[in-house]
Write a protein that binds this ligand. Structure first.
Ligand SMILES: Nc1ncnc2c1ncn2[C@@H]1O[C@H](COP(=O)(O)OP(=O)(O)OP(=O)(O)O)[C@@H](O)[C@H]1O
Ligand SMILES: [Mg+2]
Length: 254
């Protein structure tokens, strides 16, 4: 099976002497929904930055969609939603979402319009389409950033605590929307969260990272616990037990 991401003996850091991630070996099959848990500061965002070609590794190799991360970035095959995504203040919600494809693709304008409307609905932000970012709540802004990342139908989607700013009801609803989208698209998703429940509910696989330096502490295939299309109930005893197991792993990693 094809690999969406493959890291071998990967060391990542920001300055000489400070290694955030050390000797990471990680192969992620295409089509995986990978949940990433780990204590604050262990290197989750740093790892996503390397995949997105925003940071060069110190040592080791990383392949993204079978290619150098730089090539993949050029082709815009990767979409990302950062922990603190920024919108352009002078563009409306609608124009912020359309931004990635707004340039030089007039042939596709009609389709982009339809797709933008679809995403506005899906994210529950259609009523704010013509507002500017400063007129939105933090969670609404975050949903605009998610819609923007989804517009190009990326093969690989990097999401760094995308739902952290949302109330639990909205968060649960968007979890299901995201799962539906993932099932339909066959995309690979790397999803960082601090919510154990969310990580177990969403993932087809889950990893727990430790800090100093960042390494994989636990790596579990969740598919055997779930039904068709990675479906499960949050109350299923197997799922509840897995959440407890992940809590212990996270405690040990902290
Ligand atoms: N630009 C930077 N320059 C130097 N050090 C950095 C930089 N960004 C992050 N770090 C350090 O790298 C380590 C990992 O940071 P990272 O943001 O990847 O953590 P994280 O796992 O995403 O944490 P959180 O859950 O709090 O978001 C931390 O010790 C952090 O202080
Ligand atoms: Mg982070």
């Amino acid at each position: 099976m094809a690999r969406a991401v493959e890291a071998q003996a990967l060391d990542v850091g920001y300055a000489a002497g400070s290694t955030v991630i050390a000797g990471l070996d990680l192969a992620i099959e295409a089509g995986t929904f990978l949940s990433i848990l780990g204590p604050s500061g262990c290197g989750k965002s740093t790892f996503l930055r390397v995949v997105a070609d925003l940071l060069e590794p110190l040592r080791g190799t990383i392949k993204v969609l079978g290619d150098d991360p730089h090539e993949v970035r050029q082709r815009r095959d990767v979409g990302f939603v950062f922990q603190d995504s920024t919108l352009l203040p002078w563009r409306t919600v609608r124009d912020n979402i359309r931004l990635p494809l707004a340039i030089g693709q007039s042939r596709l304008t009609r389709r982009i319009d339809d797709r933008t409307d679809e995403l506005l609905d899906m994210m529950g932000i259609a009523p704010f389409a013509l507002r500017y970012p400063h007129q939105l709540s933090g969670g609404q802004r975050q949903r605009v950033a998610i819609a923007r990342a989804l517009l190009g139908e990326p093969k690989l989607l990097l999401m760094d605590e995308p739902f952290g700013a949302l109330d639990e009801i909205t968060r649960d609803r968007l979890n299901d929307e995201l799962l539906n989208l993932w099932r339909r698209s066959g995309a690979t998703i790397l999803f960082v969260t601090h919510s154990i429940a969310e990580a177990v509910y969403l993932g087809s696989r889950i990893i727990v990272l430790t800090a100093n330096p960042g390494r994989i502490r636990k790596d579990v295939d969740l598919r055997p616990l779930k039904g068709d299309g990675n479906r499960c109930s949050r109350e299923d005893p197997k799922i509840v037990a897995m959440m407890a197991e992940m809590r212990s792993a996270l405690e040990a990693a902290s």
